[in-house]
Design a protein around this ligand. Structure first.
Ligand code: KPL
Length: 301
């Protein structure tokens, strides 16, 4: 199958590399130099759990490509730009594997191809250009973006599983997206602000903060007619933090690299949706304010 991965950072390269192993699929990574140049010159090395050396194609120009499947792993604030680039090409299906809410709608509005929703909780780290470490086995959940069954999602799920990625095809994606939002709301900002790895949110004051952020997310989800209980949101968040305990969360990686973060689509989204539904979300509000203050101080917003 021909597959294009839009946003070949750590997670996108991990997924693309897994799909390219043993030349199973013809994968093209769309990303930035120097990573893309290194992949083109020496191949992509996966270290850790999904160890392999693969040779996907790699480019910085994602325009006018054609493939069976496009997997979108760009940061949430780059989704609209990625959609414009994707619209210049042709894809039988597009799968979003991004953090935050609203990405699938942005893609579906701009594209004629069917858009599937997905989440990925693998820990991934770009060790050096061309080398990605899998720092935690999580899972991929994907399905129709409005829920219900989808034969297309089943086919894509099968090929992810065959590539060694733990994958579930779900018929309740709207709920799964809120569940993943609770995971990211609980882990990402707390680990970025405290410069700690994901496992730190399982103990001490960090645990209180992370549980409160996940609990508030579940309350907003329920007000939005999505059945997500507080204990389930907290359990899922803590179980991902345990499975990826040694991983540097994507927001922590962004802060270390002095890059803009996905705070608006994660804790910021919980605050905004909560306000629209008449709910206060003080922990998410505080985490959002702190990360935005850091971003402003660095001229990133
Ligand atoms: O999605 C993630 C992220 O870092 O953005 C988790 C699941 C927390 C893995 O680190």
């Amino acid at each position: 199958m021909e597959i294009v991965v839009f946003g070949a950072g750590s997670l996108g390269s991990l997924v693309g590399g897994a799909l390219a192993r043993e030349s199973r699929h013809d994968v093209t990574l769309v990303g930035r130099d120097p990573h893309v140049r290194a992949v083109r010159e020496s191949g992509l090395e996966l270290v850790g759990e999904l160890e392999a050396t693969t040779t996907p194609s790699a480019t910085t120009d994602g325009r006018n490509l054609t493939a069976d499947l496009a997997i979108v792993t760009v940061k949430s604030f780059d989704t609209a730009a990625a959609a414009e680039t994707l619209a210049t090409g042709s894809y039988d299906a597009v799968l979003s594997l991004q953090n935050g809410m609203g990405n699938e709608e942005t893609l579906a509005t701009a594209l004629e191809s069917p858009v599937l929703a997905g989440t990925a909780s693998y820990g991934a780290l770009l060790r050096e250009p061309g080398v990605i470490e899998c720092t935690g086995i999580g899972d991929v959940v994907l399905g129709a973006r409005v829920g219900g069954s989808s034969t297309r999602a089943t086919r894509i799920g099968d090929l992810f599983s065959a590539a060694g990625l733990e994958t579930t095809v779900a018929d309740d994606m709207p709920r799964r997206l809120w569940e993943k939002l609770a995971v990211n709301a609980g882990i990402n900002a707390v680990t970025a602000l405290t410069r700690t790895e994901n496992g730190s949110v399982l103990a001490n004051e960090a645990n209180d903060l992370s549980r409160a952020a996940a609990r508030e997310t579940a309350r907003v989800a329920r007000a939005d007619d999505v059945e997500l209980s507080n204990p389930v949101a907290i359990d899922v968040m803590e179980s991902v933090a345990g499975d990826t305990a040694a991983n540097t969360s994507s927001m922590h990686q962004d802060v270390l690299a002095e890059r803009r973060t996905e705070i608006d689509a994660i804790n910021g989204f919980v605050v905004d949706r909560g306000s629209e539904l008449g709910l206060e979300t003080p922990t998410n509000r505080l985490l959002t304010a702190l990360i935005r203050t850091w971003e402003r101080g660095r001229g990133l917003r």
